[in-house]
Ligand binder design. Structure first.
Ligand code: FE
Length: 137
């Protein structure tokens, strides 16, 4: 179910601007999209955990990352369904499913149903919304 309550971390736009780089702000707070094949993680396959660049919430694991060829980091599953929010997005003349950080409502990317087994999902995520951590679980 979608979390209709206020996010746990609720900063003003001015506060986010101080905390983030302009590109991170554009992606996560203005729902931007980085150009394909430009992000730091689309072609990056080290072992670790990807956290929210805004708040540190755990979002994805390297074990579920796959080479989708789409130019953005792609995962077939999330770290935990409790850590993300899915929301219908009718922008740009399409109906898509947006994925957001549940803790701070950072825009991460979109989910598509053309991923590999076992989920058949492709979480197509902007590198700019993520921070890679080598810390093991
Ligand atoms: Fe977050």
């Amino acid at each position: 179910m979608e979390n209709k309550n206020k996010p746990e971390i609720n900063l003003t736009n001015a506060e986010w601007k101080q905390k983030l780089t302009p590109q991170q702000y554009y992606i996560t707070r203005d729902k931007g999209t980085e150009k394909p094949y430009t992000g730091q993680y689309y072609n990056f396959f080290e072992k670790g955990i990807y956290t929210c660049v805004c708040c540190g919430n755990e979002l994805f694991e390297s074990d579920t990352k796959f080479e989708s060829g789409c130019g953005w980091p792609s995962f077939f599953d999330v770290y935990s369904n409790k850590n993300v929010t899915l929301r219908e997005d009718k922008s740009a003349g399409m109906i898509r499913t947006e994925i957001l950080c549940k803790k701070c409502e950072a825009h991460l990317g979109h989910v598509f149903e053309d991923g590999p087994p076992p989920t058949g999902l492709r979480y197509c995520i902007n590198s700019e919304s993520l921070k890679f951590n080598t810390t093991s679980k």
